[in-house]
Design a protein around this ligand. Sequence first.
Ligand code: UT7
Length: 323
Amino acid sequence: MTRRSVLTGSGSALPRRALGNEELAKMVDTSDEWIVERTGIRNRYIAAPDETTVTLATVAAKRAIEAAGIDAKTIDLIILATATPDQTFPASATLVQHELGCNGGIAFDVAAVCSGFLYALGIADSMLRTGMANRALVIGAETFSRILDWEDRATCVLFGDGAGAVVLEAREEDSVQPRGILATRLHADGAHNHLLFVDGGPSTTGTVGKLRMRGKEVFRHAVTNLADVLVEVLGDAGLAIEDIDWVVPHQANARILDATARKLGLAPERVIVTVDQHANTSAASVPLALDTAIRDGRIKVGDLVMLEAMGGGFTWGASLLRM
Ligand code: UT7
C-alpha cells in the first residue's frame, strides 16, 4: 500500500456576467471573427465589484466539498493559486479558510500565474504524502479582468474570471492500480519573464499594474514546453500517450491545444476544451475545465487524466492522476 493524494471532489464558480465577443467588439477594435479564428474564444465571464477572487474561490470550494461529501471542518490544508489576490496580504487562502469555517490548518497562496493550479497541486500532493496534512483543498481562482488593459485589444479579448477547486484526500492505495496523483513535473525559466508580466507591484510602482504579453513568442514556447513536460510525466509514470483517457490543458488558446495534441499524436477528442466558453482564466482554467468534464460525465472514476499548464515566468508543469 502507498499513501496517495486522491481527488474526491471538484467544484467551480463563474461570475454572473457573461461577455460575448460581439459585445466586446463594441468596446474595443476587434471582431468575433478575429477572436474565434485566432483563439477559439467565444465568451468569457467578468466579475462585478462584489465578486472577487475570494468570493469565487469560496463558492468553488464549497461545491468541491459538497461533491466530496466531507465536512469542511476536516480540511487541514488550503492552497490557493492566484495572481489576482483580494489583497497583497493576507493570503487569499486564509480568507477562504475563514469563510469555510475550517480555521486552524495550513493556508497559503501560490503565485505561478497560469501554472498556479499545477504548482498548488504538486505542493499539496507532497504535503499529503509526507503526512503534513490529510485533507487538502486546492483552488485556482482569478479576477484577471481587474488587471487587463481594456484598451489593448491584443490582450483584453483573451482573458476571463472564474474559479475551480478540488478536494484531495490522503489514502492508502494498492500499488497495482492506485487512484490519485501518480506523477508531477514543474518547471520555471525566469529568462522569459518579460514576455508575459504585469507592469506594476507593491515593491516597484506601488500599483497593481496591467497585464502585458508578447503573444506570438508565448505561443511558440507554450507548444514546445507543454509537449515536453507531458512526455516527462508519462516517462515518470511508465505510461504512453495512448494510455491517457483525458488531457485537461490550460485553456489559453484553442490553437495551442491543437498544436500540442498534434505534436504528441494525441486524439483531439480526448482533450477537454472550455476556452470557447470561459476564455483564459489563468490559474482557474485547469480546475474549471476539469470540473466541467467531471460534472458532464466525461471524466469518471478510474480514468487516467493528464493536467497541464504554462504561464508567466515562464512557469509550466503537468500532473497525471487516476480519478
Ligand atoms: O496563459 C498564458 C499563456 N498565454 C498564451 O498562451 C497566449 C499565447 N498567444 C496567443 O494565443 C496568440 O499569440 C494571440 C491570440 C495572443 C495572438 O494571435 P497571433 O496569431 O499571434 O496574432 P498577432 O499577435 O501576430 O497579431 C496579428 C494581427 C496584428 O495585426 P497586423 O500587425 O498583422 O496588422 C494585430 O494587431 O492581429 C491584430 N490583432 C487584432 N485584431 C483584431 C491583435 N489583437 C487583435 C484583436 N482583434 N483582438
